[in-house]
Design a protein around this ligand. Structure first.
Ligand SMILES: [Zn+2]
Length: 378
C-alpha cells in the first residue's frame, strides 16, 4: 500500500491545482528574479531559511499539461518543497524534466513496483505472480482489492523486468532518480485502522493473505532451509521463512540500486512507517536497503494513532539508518487539518527527519501551503 496509494482503501484522488490569483502572479514574478539559487530563494521567500529538504508526491492528474506542471512546481518551490516524486511514464518524465529544473525542483519518477497492473505482463506472464498459502494466484484472486496483483520478487524474470523499468527511466536526461512504491509483499496484516473497512480482524497471519508460495519460492527455500514452507506447521513462526522473504525484496532493491547508480541516478522508496511495522505487515526490511533516501508513509490514522506517533516512528527509522541516509517523514495531507500539518511537520523535523514528504501535492490548498510554509521556516 503506498502511501497512499499504499493502502488498499487509499484514494489518490486529489484537488486540481488552484487558479492563479493576481497575488500569486506577483509572487511568481518576484520569485523568478531570485530563482537562480536555492539558498537565496529560501531566504527571500519567507524571510527565514527552510528547515530540511522537503518533497511532495505528485499524481498524474496534477501535471497533465506543462503549464499546470510549471505552476505546481513553482508553487512547491516557493513554499519550501524542493523535490517532486511524480508518477508518469518515461515520455512524460522527459517532458517534465526541464520544467522541474527551471523551477528549481528535483524530479524523481514514482513507480508502482511489485503490485503489477501491466496488462502485457498479466496476459503473457501469469506465472510471475505471487501465490498465497491457500494456493491462489494473486492475479486470479487478489487479496482485499481487485488491483492487488503482485509479482514474485524471487523470480529472475521479475528481477529483470524491474531492472529494465528502472534502467529505462534512469536514461532520461535531467531526471534525478527513480522512486519505488509498493516495493514489498501484499499486507499479510493490514494496518489496524484499515481492518474494519474490510470486515477483518487479523489477529494472526491468515493463509489467504500470506504470500508467496509459488514453485520458485518453495524450491529456493527448500534448498536453503531443507523444508517446503507449505509443510511448516506454523509458517508465521518460522524465523527462516520470514527472513527469506525479507531478503527477496532486499536483494531486488539492492540490485536496482546498482542499476540506477550505474547510470548516475538515485534510487529511493516509499516504505511503511517504521522498520518494525514494515517487517511485520508487508515484509519490508528497509534498513537493509542501500537506497539514497527513504520516505516512510507515516499515515497515522491507518494505525489509530495521533500526530505525536509521527515523531516516534521517525525516531525509530532514524535510529535504524546510517546517519548519511536521509529519511523524509511522509505525511497524509488529507488526514490533517492545515494547522495539524504544520504541527506534524515540526514534530517530524524535531524527531530527526531530514524533511517531510507530502501525500500528495494535489491536496494542498492555500491554507495548507500557508501553514506548511510557516512550519518549515520556524
Ligand atoms: Zn514466489
Amino acid at each position: 500500500m503506498g502511501r497512499r496509494s499504499s493502502k488498499p482503501d487509499d484514494t489518490r484522488a486529489g484537488l486540481a491545482p488552484r487558479p492563479i490569483t493576481r497575488r500569486r502572479v506577483l509572487q511568481m514574478g518576484a520569485m523568478g528574479m531570485v530563482s537562480a539559487t536555492f539558498s537565496v530563494l529560501g531566504t527571500a521567500c519567507g524571510g527565514r531559511p527552510v528547515r530540511g529538504k522537503n518533497w511532495a508526491w505528485v499524481v498524474p492528474k496534477d501535471v497533465q499539461s506543462l503549464d499546470e506542471s510549471k505552476r505546481l512546481f513553482d508553487r512547491m518551490r516557493r513554499h519550501g518543497i524542493e523535490g517532486a516524486l511524480v508518477q508518469g511514464d518515461p515520455e512524460r518524465m522527459a517532458k517534465l524534466s526541464p520544467v522541474a529544473r527551471d523551477a528549481g525542483v528535483e524530479l524523481q519518477c514514482w513507480i508502482i513496483s511489485l503490485c503489477c497492473r501491466d496488462e502485457e505482463v498479466q496476459k503473457n506472464h501469469p506465472d510471475w505472480f505471487m501465490i498465497s498459502r491457500k494456493g491462489d494466484s494473486s492475479l486470479e484472486k487478489p487479496p482485499y482489492v481487485n488491483y492487488y496483483t503482485w509479482l514474485c520478487p524471487t523470480r529472475p524474470e521479475v528481477q529483470e523486468y524491474m531492472a529494465r523499468r528502472v534502467a529505462d527511466l534512469a536514461d532520461i536526461q535531467g531526471l534525478a532518480g527513480v522512486h519505488l512504491d509498493y516495493i514489498r509483499y501484499p499486507d499479510v496484516i493490514l494496518p489496524v485502522g484499515i481492518q474494519p473497512k474490510y470486515n477483518l480482524v487479523q489477529d494472526r497471519e491468515y493463509p489467504e493473505f500470506d504470500f508467496c508460495y509459488c514453485p520458485v519460492c518453495r524450491e529456493q527455500f527448500r534448498k536453503e532451509a531443507g523444508v517446503d514452507p507449505l509443510e511448516l506447521k506454523d509458517p508465521s513462526a518460522s524465523e527462516a521463512w520470514r527472513k527469506f522473504r525479507w531478503d527477496r525484496v532486499t536483494n531486488l532493491v539492492n540490485n536496482l540500486v546498482k542499476v540506477a547508480h550505474g547510470k548516475g541516478k538515485k534510487l529511493t522508496a516509499a516504505v511503511f512507517p517504521s522498520p518494525s511495522i514494515a517487517r511485520r505487515l508487508v515484509r519490508q526490511d528497509w534498513p537493509s536497503w542501500n537506497l539514497d533516501a527513504f520516505h516512510p508513509m507515516m499515515y497515522h490514522k491507518y494505525y489509530n494513532q495521533g500526530i505525536d506517533w509521527i515523531g516516534r516512528v521517525t525516531e525509530e527509522g532514524r535510529a535504524a539508518l546510517s546517519d548519511r541516509v536521509p529519511l523524509y517523514s511522509g505525511l497524509a495531507v488529507y488526514m490533517l487539518e492545515p494547522e495539524e500539518l504544520a504541527r506534524a511537520t515540526q514534530i517530524a523535523l524535531d524527531a530527526g527527519a531530514s524533511g517531510i514528504t507530502l501525500f500528495h501535492a494535489g491536496h494542498m490548498s492555500d491554507r495548507y501551503w500557508k501553514q506548511l510554509n510557516r512550519a518549515l521556516r520556524s
